[in-house]
Ligand binder design. Structure first.
Ligand SMILES: CC(C)(COP(=O)(O)OP(=O)(O)OC[C@H]1O[C@@H](n2cnc3c(N)ncnc32)[C@H](O)[C@@H]1OP(=O)(O)O)[C@@H](O)C(=O)NCCC(=O)NCCS
Length: 159
């Protein structure tokens, strides 16, 4: 089912604010809509308090993930700059783990550009590196950066 338009508007507003254009990581609205229409992708939106945003309230953060067999892959994860450092990222990872477990996942996966400070958050949550794609990402300036794949087990004891 296609999500309500205002949810996509709010998600895209965070996307525009959160991703540095130098890395080319932000998705277009069309990419997000296409992912959500397929049915195996899920999103979380939070406001500045970590709750689901009320209809007339902007989002402070979002995640977009894809469900696979016993795995949930985090595709996009962002908090708008003015709301960072107050635990919203941590809150969304916990929400994602609970949702993913409800969908039958036993682990979370994500791929990260080497050097992204978000690694500290992921490691805190229990993610560990499981793979490397050398020079996988091409930066806006043409340089290349490795992609690191991380996984976290989400058995009940991990919450
Ligand atoms: C990654 C991101 C979502 C983190 O959001 P956040 O709400 O600031 O994260 P939290 O406040 O929950 O941080 C939790 C912990 O992780 C640490 N952390 C989070 N992001 C960090 C960063 N970029 N650099 C260093 N530490 C970071 C925090 O310091 C905090 O540590 P503490 O508990 O010891 O205080 C946010 O920085 C962001 O949107 N970045 C741009 C988009 C991006 O790179 N997304 C990830 C793609 S893989």
């Amino acid at each position: 089912m296609t999500p309500p338009l205002d949810d996509i508007d709010r998600l895209m507003a965070v996307m525009a604010a959160a991703f540095d254009p130098a890395y080319g990581e932000a998705w277009t609205r069309r990419q997000v809509e296409d992912a959500l229409v397929i049915g195996n992708c899920h999103y979380i939106l939070v406001d500045a308090t970590g709750a689901a945003p009320a209809p007339d309230t902007p989002a402070a953060g979002f995640s977009l993930s894809r469900t696979g067999f016993e795995e949930e892959e985090l595709l996009l994860f962002a908090v708008a700059p003015q709301y960072r450092g107050r635990g919203l990222g941590k809150t969304m990872l916990a929400m994602l783990a609970a949702d993913a477990r409800g969908r039958g996942a036993r682990r979370l996966l994500l791929e990260m550009r080497r050097g992204n400070g978000a690694e500290a958050l992921y490691r805190q949550f229990g993610f560990t590196p499981i793979g490397l794609r050398p020079n996988y990402y091409r930066m806006h300036d043409g340089s290349r950066v490795d992609a690191i794949t991380f996984a976290a087990t989400i058995d009940p004891a991990n919450d």
